[in-house]
Design a binder for this molecule. Structure first.
Ligand SMILES: *Cc1c(COP(=O)(O)O)cnc(C)c1O
Length: 400
């Protein structure tokens, strides 16, 4: 790395500051030799449910498992259709497909990059019909639409009130993909309260992949829900469908959260609020400099009814690739989340998705760039990033 380089994320600094706590906890678990289940897992589940404001948290092996288990437990069946967005990480659709259901997409809102309620309504009205029992089915295939998966992208929740209205009107299950939104909040107009991500739909999936706002020292995830039956089914699904040893009530998976990860997550959860606040401060500083420079340079939009936890700081510029090159040249790492919308991925080339179907996602995919964002990012590092971006924007202004 060059001397003035700025990483995209820095997990080393964070873990150095927690080393003592982490090693003490690690030793405790190793000495107990309880590696699967046990008190460490139960303790973390209890703490994280409290943090999210839900009755239950079920620890699982990854965010992808959490999504898959939440969908199955909520009632999604093979042959169903589950609606999500094309601007997300592929795990969202992998989990849908792994339940035996089929993903359908609706486009995102141009400002928040999360599921557009207008687009969902258009899909349900134009591309679906209701059968005799009021169930909504896809017009062309006749398949029942069972659920929606709004993705709380970049740390901001989707605008859930209108999505919940539609889900009630059309009897759809709602599984939140909260894998990027630990601690994000949404003001529910319907309830008159701020709700945490993960406590808004029927169930929600969290990932504790190391780079997430709350990250394990390995793979981990969780389902949160208020529903006893969903929680119970998720507990069976993660553990070979068993209710007790060798009594397998349903066909399940090996998708458990292990005790080491759970114990380390308990340590880190104590810092999550502070880390999220730091991310919000960093975002505010980026915004204060980059927010009003040029009409076609867009900083993240935070809706008044939401509090983002800035998993990512995603700005938008027309000449994204050139800006990215300037930053790379200056030793500043950036990311693109995501460069290829899911409907255009090679994995889905056999499906009937086509270029032009989701115009907002496609347009945005060529213009978004994620700047360095992590709680330990220093003001000096941030100013270096901002300087290069400003210089680049200035250069563009002169030549255009
Ligand atoms: C990280 C992520 C996932 C998957 O989580 P894993 O723990 O990597 O399986 C799913 N959805 C979104 C939006 C994510 O960012």
């Amino acid at each position: 790395m060059q001397p003035n380089s700025v990483p995209f994320v820095d997990l080393v600094t964070q873990h150095r500051s927690l080393e003592r706590e982490i090693l003490a906890t690690f030793n405790e678990v190793v000495r107990s030799a309880v590696f699967i289940g046990g008190t460490a897992v139960e303790r973390f589940e209890h703490e994280f449910a409290q943090f999210c404001g839900t009755h239950h948290c079920v620890g699982v092996a990854s965010g992808t498992d959490a999504l898959r288990f939440a969908l199955i437990a909520a009632g999604v069946k093979p042959g169903d259709v589950v609606v999500t967005v094309p601007n997300t990480f592929i795990a969202t659709t992998e989990a849908i497909l792994q339940t035996g259901a089929e993903p359908a997409f609706v486009d995102v809102d141009e400002r928040t990059y999360t599921m557009s309620a207008e687009q969902l309504q258009r899909y349900l009205e134009k591309e679906c019909v209701r059968d005799m029992d009021g169930k909504v089915r896809v017009r062309t295939s006749g398949k029942p639409v069972a659920a929606i998966v709004p993705v709380h992208l970049y740390g901001q929740t989707a605008d859930m009130d209108p999505l919940l209205d539609l889900s009630e009107q059309y009897q759809l299950l709602v599984v939140e993909d909260a894998c990027q939104a630990h601690g994000a909040e949404y003001f529910s107009e319907r309830l008159g309260v701020w709700k945490k991500a993960g406590s808004i739909g029927h169930a929600a999936a969290f990932s504790f992949y190391p780079g997430k706002n709350l990250g394990a020292c390995g793979e981990a995830g969780a389902v949160t829900t208020d529903n006893d039956r969903i929680a119970r089914t998720c507990k069976m699904l993660r553990d070979h469908g068993q209710v007790k040893k060798y009594h397998h009530e349903i066909d399940g998976y090996n998708g458990r959260l292990d005790a080491l990860q759970a114990a380390l997550l308990s340590v880190k959860l104590r810092h999550l609020v502070e880390w999220n606040n730091k991310r919000r401060h960093i975002a505010a500083h980026y915004n204060s400099v980059l927010g009003n420079v040029k009409a076609d340079v867009l900083v993240p939009y935070e809706a008044p009814n939401s509090r983002s936890v800035y998993h990512l700081y995603v700005m938008r510029v027309p000449d994204r690739n050139a800006l990215r090159a300037s930053l790379t040249h200056a030793g500043i790492e950036t990311g693109i989340h995501y460069p290829i919308p899911l409907h255009l991925q090679a994995a889905y080339r056999e499906r009937e998705f086509a270029w032009g179907q989701y115009a907002v996602t496609e347009r945005v995919a060529s213009e978004i760039i994620s700047l360095p964002m992590f709680p330990e990012l220093t003001r000096e590092q941030q100013d270096r990033v901002v300087d290069i971006v400003m210089e680049h924007i200035g250069a563009v202004a002169v030549t255009s």
